[in-house]
Design a protein around this ligand. Structure first.
Ligand code: PXP
Length: 252
């Protein structure tokens, strides 16, 4: 059971969605998110994350095909809990799937997927993905009811939504940010105690990554938007290497 495994190095998953956002802004063939994924691999990413949205606003079906072909590190396929996405995931059988909300009615007020409200359906939804060998993660708010529901439906992983912590910090609301950090700390420990592997993601920057990377129960961080933005100034490899360095420093 994951809850009794020794705690080790924290993994960095690089989310390349926003390379595709820039490409799609002009309807051109570049910049290519698959090339970015390969650069991220070379820079030390432990995995690549890509979210195929129902409206295909950034990543496309052919991006997923190509990622599955060329990646040497695991692909974490982010997807809404829909039949269409389930069929695509079952065709590709990526290393991991992360179930995320896309519609208002799937969201909790804090922004994660409302697993507690839709427990029965989601239990049936993830079962074939698990049976196909995908590691199933639920993207949830740092909320006890959501973490418990994720465990009950048979997910192996919870990814805690770090947006409330990161955004309040970036906007200078430091009391709120400190309170959100405590929620993440508590739910990391709680999720781990339930036997879940704990990840965190959404909104991390160089300024917000270390306090969460310090939590011994957190095994993986998924980071995209900031890294792609920073790549404009220093290049993608340098941005990833700096994020990796900060995570390792926090862990040490
Ligand atoms: N984790 C999940 C589940 C996500 O949906 C996203 C993208 O919103 C991220 C991590 C990465 O967030 P960001 O791009 O803000 O770093």
């Amino acid at each position: 059971m994951a809850g009794t495994e020794p705690l080790g190095r924290i993994r960095l998953g690089v989310n390349i969605d926003h390379v595709a956002t820039v490409r799609n802004a002009r309807g051109s063939a570049y910049p290519d998110p698959v090339r970015a994924a390969q650069l991220a691999e070379a820079a030390g990413a432990d995995g690549i994350t890509a979210h195929l949205r129902e409206d295909r606003r950034h990543i496309s079906d052919s991006d997923i095909d190509r990622l599955m072909e060329v990646l040497r590190v695991p692909l974490n396929f982010e997807m809404a809990p829909t039949d269409e996405m389930q069929a695509i995931a079952l065709r590709h059988k990526p290393h991991a799937v992360c179930i995320v909300p896309e519609k208002r009615e799937e969201l909790t007020t804090e922004g994660g997927l409302d697993v507690a409200r839709d427990e029965n359906r989601l239990a049936h939804f993830i079962a074939p993905l698990r049976d196909a060998g995908c590691r199933v993660s639920m993207f949830v708010a740092a909320d006890r009811a959501q973490v418990e529901a994720a465990q009950r439906i048979g997910a192996q992983v919870v990814e805690l939504h770090a947006g409330a912590y990161c955004d309040s910090f970036s906007e200078g609301r430091f009391d709120e940010s400190a309170a959100e950090l405590e929620r993440l700390r508590d739910m990391s420990a709680y999720g781990h105690s339930l036997g879940l592997e704990v990840h965190a993601g959404h909104g991390f920057t160089y300024d917000t990554v270390k306090p969460v990377a310090e939590f011994p129960e957190v095994m993986e961080l998924n980071i995209g938007h900031f890294l792609i933005g920073e790549a404009i100034f220093v290049g993608l490899e340098a941005a990833i290497r700096e994020m990796r360095r900060l995570m390792d420093e926090a862990r040490a």
